[in-house]
Design a protein around this ligand. Structure first.
Ligand code: HEM
Length: 480
């Protein structure tokens, strides 16, 4: 066959596959004969992925959702994302449905790049074991288990502020927030606290975090390939730490309560079975990934909003300085102090409402079902979006207004405020994140006032929100 005929044949085959996909994505009725949700599926193959992503790059991730909610339905609309037919479930009702039907009609779904880089335990153990382990994870991170780590968090925060903020005129907040959350995680999860050892992890870790949601082309030099290599490196390092710890624990050289790793090694499931080393390495890597950019994005936006809203800053300062005054010199923060930080946490929640670190997440329909009168076919990808309720005037009047009093008393209605998701897949790191954010706020406001170097710095969402230049600020130390 000559080159011309071959090209024609390729074009024809390409046309056929596009047409087939276009047909599948554009069908108007579902398997049960009911209508599919209203919406449009955009371009063949790429669907509406570019609109979805670019609204985030332009700093308005909610626009993709609210445009379609206005045009099609405030409850559910059809689209096509990441080469998959998809439906977006909107508002509190959509959140409630997806969160309450996990493993009944929906299950978690990740784009293929995440599955390949992220060594989820499904690759290392049976599905049954993975499910059991997911059940155990919240035990290591629940409030009672974390209480003993508050002083440790305070210690790391003091060292972080002393080496990166004190005596500086200007700092880039996003970089420092990442440094803080990563150092803290290394300490609390695996007792790695020497900054040089932390840095050994930090570089491959950044490669992993930035390659996880890229085009999944595994060729030398691609971000995806670098992410896979980095994840293998970190897992090996973690495994050697775990081996060492196992023998230290056996010889009484390590403490059973010194960190989350000891806790994991010594906790069995309901059948008396312990996790193997690879599973533990995967779990810890999962926690490092899950907690890294999310919490540092939250800390960064707290600094941003406090710079813009002096009266809110004063409220947080007043609360934190009272706590600081109640401590003896050198005494670490403790669990009781954290409970007193009510206003600060309301402020943090308002930041998480306006700039949720995770915009939402996917599920997959595991069966055909009806929702709100529309037919959802098995295999469709379903998306819940934090912004569809967080920035919805129906649930939060004047949604763009920064108002921490929304969280006073009973707080927002159920399923309207969902920065940590909900249901069985709700973020297991929620309580840990609350502690690290509050400890960060304590040191920040008791030590400094600050102003933004770039008054109208653009915000980008890719996939977490961050100020385009990392939020440079000018620091003004407070008098002790
Ligand atoms: C402000 C900080 C954080 C935010 C906003 C956040 C948000 C979320 C959300 C929305 C989910 C659920 C996604 C879904 O519905 O599929 C999630 C899952 C998860 N988060 Fe967080 N997270 C934060 C901090 C953390 C921290 C500090 C850790 C670890 C200590 C962590 C570990 C995880 C893990 C392991 C999952 C997956 C759970 C599963 O697969 O069942 N997160 N997070």
């Amino acid at each position: 066959m000559d080159v011309f005929s071959l090209s024609l044949l390729c074009l024809f085959l390409l046309f056929l596959s596009f047409s087939a996909l276009h047909f599948i994505f554009h069908k108007k009725t579902g398997p049960s004969g009911g209508a599919l949700p209203p919406g449009k599926t955009g371009w063949p193959v790429i669907g509406e992925s570019m609109d979805f992503l670019s609204s985030g790059w332009k700093g308005q991730p909610e626009k993709f959702f609210f445009d379609r909610m206005a045009k099609y339905s405030t409850q559910v609309f059809r689209t096509s994302l990441f080469m998959e037919p998809a439906a977006v479930f909107c508002g509190a009702a959509g959140n409630k449905f997806l969160f309450s039907n996990e493993n009944k009609v929906v299950q978690v779904w990740f784009p293929s790049s995440v599955n390949k880089v992220f060594p989820s335990s499904t690759q290392t153990s049976s599905r049954e074991e993975a499910t059991k382990m997911r059940k155990m994870l919240p035990n290591f991170l629940k409030a009672e288990a974390l209480q003993r780590y508050v002083g440790m968090m305070d210690d790391i925060a003091r060292r972080h502020f002393a080496s990166h903020w004190d005596n500086k005129e200007e700092v880039i907040v996003f970089t420092l927030a990442k440094n803080f959350t990563f150092w803290l995680a290394c300490r609390v999860f695996v007792s790695v606290e020497d900054p040089n050892h932390v840095n050994r992890f930090a570089e491959p870790f950044n490669l992993l975090a930035s390659g996880i949601l890229t085009v999944p082309i595994d060729l030398p030099g691609t971000p995806f390939n670098r992410a896979i290599k980095a994840s293998n490196f970190i897992r090996k390092e973690l495994q050697s730490i775990i081996k060492q710890r196992r023998s230290d624990l056996a010889e009484g050289k390590a403490s059973p309560t010194q960190d989350i790793l000891s806790h994991m090694l010594l906790t069995s499931d309901e059948n008396g079975k312990f996790m193997n080393e690879l599973d533990i390495a995967d779990k810890i890597l999962g926690l490092l990934i899950g907690g890294h950019d999310t919490a540092s994005s939250a800390c960064t936006f707290i600094v941003k909003y406090l710079a813009e809203l002096p009266e809110i800053y004063e409220g947080v300062y007043k609360e934190q300085v009272e706590i600081a005054k109640s401590k003896a010199a050198g005494e670490f923060l403790n669990w009781d102090d954290i409970q007193k930080m009510k206003y600060s946490w309301n402020v943090a929640c308002e930041v998480l409402r306006l700039a949720p670190p995770l915009q939402g997440a996917f599920r997959e329909a595991i069966t055909d079902f009806m929702y709100n009168g529309f037919s959802i076919p098995k295999g469709w990808k379903l998306y819940w979006s934090a912004n569809s309720s967080h920035k919805n005037p129906e649930f939060f009047p004047e949604p763009q207004k920064f108002d921490p009093s929304r969280f006073e008393g009973a707080g927002p209605a159920p399923y309207t405020f969902v920065p940590f998701g909900g249901g069985p897949r709700m973020c297991p790191g929620k309580e840990y994140a609350r502690l690290e954010i509050l400890v960060f706020m304590h040191h920040l406001v008791t030590k400094f006032k600050w102003e933004k170097v770039i008054p109208d710095e653009k915000v980008v969402v890719n996939p977490m929100p961050y100020p385009e230049k990392g939020l440079p600020i000018r620091l003004h130390p407070r008098k002790a």
